[in-house]
Design a binder for this molecule. Structure first.
Ligand code: SAM
Length: 280
């Protein structure tokens, strides 16, 4: 089942959190000269038109990136992320939102590598055309979970693995844990960043228990909620699970989350979390 299209959700509060964390990890990896691999298992289309039919229909970006865009008090922790958003919106109008592959493309260096996989028959060609002229990138129409076995460890022995499945199928909650286990067996020093939605809190609690049971250490949870947990349909919060986070990430998120909460959730119904699921 591949009915999920990220174009309906691009630039929402969950993307803002995910791409903030992604860009902070990339910037930390760049502090050493040695190149690294950026592996994006569920890459999406790459670029999203915010004035397009899909984004306009849901209007989710209006409560996400549109609330941050053009503020004059943007914290330092958002500067890499916002530099990419600005790159795609040079004429002062917010027209495009860069997905995770384009954020990586802008931030990575000449010798770093990108490996991107996407399965959707409409999104894959869009993604491939974005990277046609980029020698650093390999774009495949392939199963993202398989890449955790096939592409790891990277030659450079340094890397960020971003896992961002749509959770259309309940099995995704187990598949992400299995995928991380497979990847970690081959590449225990990599940084793994897994996005999750809070639709039913119990699913996330179980996923975290399953992750803990793998024996993997250094697991940091970062979450931004917009409404209290609920039994009704719909995402009330989203988060990132980061394994082997750069040492600064915990502090950076503690610095920036209060600002994001204030700006993205002016109603005051939200919450933030930075929590070690499993410490050192
Ligand atoms: N990471 C993107 C970003 O931040 O811009 C958004 C990705 S979107 C949430 C999830 C994507 O995963 C969808 O485009 C979907 O088609 C794709 N997908 C679903 N199952 C997949 C699989 N097994 N392997 C690779 N891609 C898959």
């Amino acid at each position: 089942m591949l009915s999920y299209r990220h174009s309906f959700h691009a630039g929402n509060h969950a993307d803002v959190l995910k791409h903030t964390v992604q860009s902070l990890i990339i910037e930390s990896l760049k502090e050493k000269d040695k190149p690294f691999l950026y592996l994006d298992t569920h890459a999406g289309a790459g670029r999203y038109q915010l004035s397009g039919e899909h984004a306009e229909r849901t209007g989710e970006y209006l409560e996400g990136i549109a609330r941050i865009w053009q503020r004059d008090d943007i914290p330092e922790e958002l500067s890499a992320y916002m530099s990419v958003v600005n790159h795609f919106n040079r004429n002062e109008n917010l027209r495009y939102y860069p997905g995770s592959p384009l954020i990586a493309r802008q931030l990575l260096r000449e010798d770093d590598k990108l490996h991107l996989t996407e399965l959707h028959p409409s999104d894959f060609p869009l993604l491939r055309s974005e990277f046609q002229k980029d020698d650093r990138a390999r774009v495949s129409r392939a199963d993202g979970y398989q890449q955790l076995k096939a592409q790891l460890p990277p030659l450079s022995r340094r890397g960020l693995i971003l896992m961002d499945p749509p959770y259309e199928m309940k099995t995704d909650y187990q598949d992400v844990v299995k995928g991380i286990q497979e990847g970690y067996k081959r590449f225990a020093t990599g940084t793994y960043a897994l996005w999750y939605p809070v639709v039913m809190r119990q699913q996330i609690k179980k996923m975290l228990r399953d992750l803990e049971a793998t024996g993997i250490r250094r697991i940091l949870q970062i979450e931004l909620g917009v409404r209290p947990d609920s039994d009704q349909r719909g995402m009330t919060a989203s988060g990132m699970i980061v394994i082997n986070p750069p040492w600064k990430l915990e502090q950076q998120m503690n610095n920036v989350l209060p600002w994001l909460l204030k700006v993205l959730v002016p109603s005051g119904t939200g919450h933030t979390t930075v929590n070690w699921v499993v410490p050192e």
